[in-house]
Design a protein around this ligand. Structure first.
Ligand code: T3D
Length: 263
């Protein structure tokens, strides 16, 4: 049983909700472990074809729980940050990005520090018009982690990434959309419905092909054209062997809508 998150499967969609609303869903070691377990469940469960990550209450996630950080009295911190990042955050980010199913961040409110990184590690971001993003790390003398230095420049460009991370200014949902940080912004009261609709739509698509597309896109970010072409050929071979591929071709010939089963 999870205590710091909620995990609900509704049809083909797994809803993962960060659940420490009184702390704007700030991250604890327990929450990281539970998130890793939840994404492992998504990976294992063949019924689940889409995951949605969101936060309870008025925040998406305020990053690392700073009340649990003992930074010492006037001295350098004795916390082993390398260990907490390597053992806590990094495996979660890799579990999300290597998951061959689409993951949507339903950004219901502020996403700060590693909370913003969690949103960045999702494949699509749909933000409430009340959401905001803060690269808060600089305010406490840390560097962006949990993949932020990797995702940000790829999404918004190097100059903007430098500005966001150096200054740590709050970015509104509208601005986030303008600079390419989020895919969509919707009125707050319609957020759940809009994301539900998007998730349902994704869940009716050929899940294996989408998963392989995700793998190809991520791998392509650090590969040569030659290597990407080769990888596409290998992954296409896998996609071409799915029932969904056969169904897509059959449906085209029969002039009907395909029914993809994710197999
Ligand atoms: O340990 C490692 O492995 C290192 C890794 C670090 C990764 C990181 O994430 S570092 C960055 C950590 N996060 C932050 O620095 C953000 C801190 N929070 C804020 O700057 C603001 O709270 C927000 C901009 C997120 C939201 O501001 P606002 O005005 O909407 O809300 P608020 O009043 O500041 O917060 C509401 C409550 O949540 C408040 O509690 P209270 O006073 O009502 O009892 C506040 O203390 C609590 N809260 C907010 N953020 C955190 C938090 N409690 C613990 N940790 C937080 N990060």
């Amino acid at each position: 049983m999870f205590e710091t998150i909620r995990y609900e499967v509704d049809g083909a969609i797994a809803w993962i909700t960060l659940h420490r609303p009184e702390r704007l869903n700030a991250i604890t070691p327990q929450m990281l472990a539970e998130l890793r377990d939840a994404f492992a469940d998504v990976r294992r469960d063949d019924r689940v074809r889409v995951a949605v990550l969101t936060g309870e209450g008025r925040g998406f996630c305020a990053g690392q729980d700073l009340r649990m950080v003992d930074s010492g009295a006037g001295e350098a911190s004795t916390i082993d940050y390398r260990k907490t990042v390597e053992n806590g955050y990094n495996p979660l980010i890799e579990a999300m990005t290597s998951l061959e199913k689409p993951v949507i961040a339903m950004v219901n409110g502020v996403a700060a520090g590693a909370g913003a990184s969690l949103a960045l590690a999702c494949d699509l971001r749909v933000a409430s018009d009340q959401a905001s993003f803060v690269q808060a790390f600089v305010h406490i003398g840390l560097i962006p982690d949990s993949g932020a230095t990797w995702f940000l420049p790829r999404l918004v460009g190097l100059a903007k990434a430098m500005e966001l991370t150096f200054l740590g200014e709050t970015v509104s949902a509208e601005e986030a959309w303008r600079i390419g940080l989020v895919n969509r912004v919707v009125p707050h009261e319609q957020l759940r419905e809009e994301v539900g609709r998007l998730a349902e739509r994704l869940a009716t698509l050929p899940t294996t092909a989408i998963g392989l597309t995700k793998r190809a896109l991520y791998d392509g970010l650090h590969a040569s054209l030659h290597d990407s072409l080769q990888r596409e050929a290998i992954l296409q071979q896998l996609a071409g062997q799915t029932e969904d591929h056969r169904e897509g071709v059959q449906a085209f010939r029969e002039k009907r809508r395909p029914v993809f089963r994710g197999r």
